[in-house]
Structure formats: C-alpha cells, structure tokens
Design a protein around this ligand. Structure first.
Ligand SMILES: [Fe+2]
Ligand SMILES: [Fe+2]
Length: 169
C-alpha cells in the first residue's frame, strides 16, 4: 500500500476506534476499566491528530470516502458494545489493535526518506502504543473461559499475535 493511502486510512480508522472505545467505556460497569478504556480512546484521538499533521506536511487531504465509511463503522461498534456483553468488545479490540501495530510499522518503512522523515519516531511511538493497547486487552481476556474458542476461530489470543513486536516495549 502506498504511504498516502495508508495515512488516510489510518486517520479515518483512528476515529472509528475512538468512537468504538466511547461505547466500550460506556458499556463496562467496572470503574477502573472505564477509566483505562477512556485513556485508550484519548490516545486514538492523539494518533488522529498526528496523522493530520503528516497529511499537512505531505500536502494531502483526508479521504471523504474513508471518513464516511469509518464514521459509520465506529458508530456501529460503539452501540454494539452495549449489547454483546463484556468479553467480545475486549477480545475484538485486542485483535484489531494487534493489526494496528503492523500498520504503523509499515507506515514507518514507507515514510523513510519522504517529507515526513522527521516523523519516524512519532510513527514508531504509535506502533508501541498500539502494542500496549493489544497487551491491555489480551490481559483482560487471557483467563476468560470463552478465549480458547475465539482464539481458534479468530486466530488471536495468548501466543497468537498479528505482529512480532515484543510486549515489553
Ligand atoms: Fe491508534
Ligand atoms: Fe489503539
């Protein structure tokens, strides 16, 4: 995927993630979990701001199509959190975050020696934050009785990640 397309996609997807976490935080009853998920939401908004700065440097604009598409996806996930229970939002958030890590690793590779070469550290940091999100949700579901089944069907869980980044970073 080319750099401009990846940045536009990530920019819109970050808002979908933030909307999803609004629903997720709203739907959990545990106050600590609520705060932890709110913090993750804030980090997704930060990522979106970073991506807007990248677009400005590259003289490109957000994709209207991605903005509409991911707005709708984000809102649907937001509302679905209230009806699918505790486990599934935790599980699918972790699975999505696992892929997000790779998106930012790829973005870093594509951005090298471009007009956003000065943002490589910021991109690397976003990959690390997505890894932290993945690990947070993995720890939440790790001992849940539904995990073995979901892990089998959806290929993410304990010992199954979509990225190779170390959890300690
Ligand atoms: Fe993010
Ligand atoms: Fe994230």
């Amino acid at each position: 995927m080319e750099l401009n397309k990846l940045i536009r996609l990530a920019y819109s997807a970050e808002r979908a993630a933030a909307f999803a976490y609004q629903g997720h935080a709203g739907s959990v009853s545990n106050v600590v979990e609520k705060e932890e998920i709110k913090k993750i939401e804030d980090e997704e908004w930060e990522h979106r701001n970073n991506l807007l700065r990248f677009m400005n440097k590259l003289s490109i604009k957000p994709s209207i199509w991605y903005e509409i598409k991911f707005y709708i996806i984000g809102k649907i996930i937001c509302f679905s959190c209230y009806v699918i229970g505790w486990f599934m939002p935790m599980y699918f958030a972790g699975r999505l975050e696992s892929n997000n890590v790779n998106e930012y690793i790829l973005m870093g590779e594509l951005a090298t020696n471009t007009k956003i070469n000065d943002e490589l550290q910021c991109i690397e940091q976003m990959a690390i934050v997505e890894k932290q999100h993945e690990v947070y949700f993995l720890n939440k579901v790790a001992n849940h009785k539904a995990l073995p089944l979901f892990q089998k069907i959806f290929s993410w869980g304990v010992g199954y990640s979509y990225n190779k980044m170390s959890a300690l970073e």
